[in-house]
Design a protein around this ligand. Structure first.
Ligand code: AMP
Length: 117
């Protein structure tokens, strides 16, 4: 698969073609605030490379996963989420996925409930 899908919203955000409120970025990952926040902190942690979802990760994507979770930890630290936070990723339309470029929702700043809706 190409590193970029020209029709993908998050590829356009990663390229800077569509603006976002970035809180972190490195060679492999960008993180920006969700446009419809569901918590005081709601950041999307996104690989620069176009991967549609968890289902389409390859067995040798361990490095990418490591980079994503390192970015999660860094954003949590930057956002002051020492009391805890939630990390969610949706896979497929039934789960609620609406943007088909892999992303981790990092939610924090309020008490979370379980089970999620
Ligand atoms: P999901 O429904 O799990 O695919 O999550 C996609 C998320 O992207 C939703 O929470 C949307 O609010 C968010 N979103 C959609 N467009 C933008 C955008 N332009 N900038 C930031 N977040 C966005």
């Amino acid at each position: 698969m190409s590193d970029r899908d020209p029709d993908c919203l998050f590829c356009k955000i990663a390229a800077g073609d569509i603006p976002s409120d970035r809180v972190y970025e490195d060679d492999a990952v960008i993180a920006f605030r969700d446009i419809h926040p569901q918590a005081p902190t709601h950041v999307l942690v996104v690989p620069r490379r176009h991967v549609p979802d968890v289902d389409t990760l390859a067995d040798d994507d361990a490095g990418l996963l490591s980079a994503l979770f390192a970015a999660v930890r860094r954003v949590a630290e930057l956002e002051g989420l020492a009391k805890g936070y939630r990390v969610v990723t949706n896979v497929g339309a039934e789960s609620g996925q609406s943007v088909f470029h892999l992303h981790l929702h990092l939610l924090g700043g309020r008490r979370m409930r379980w089970p999620p809706g």
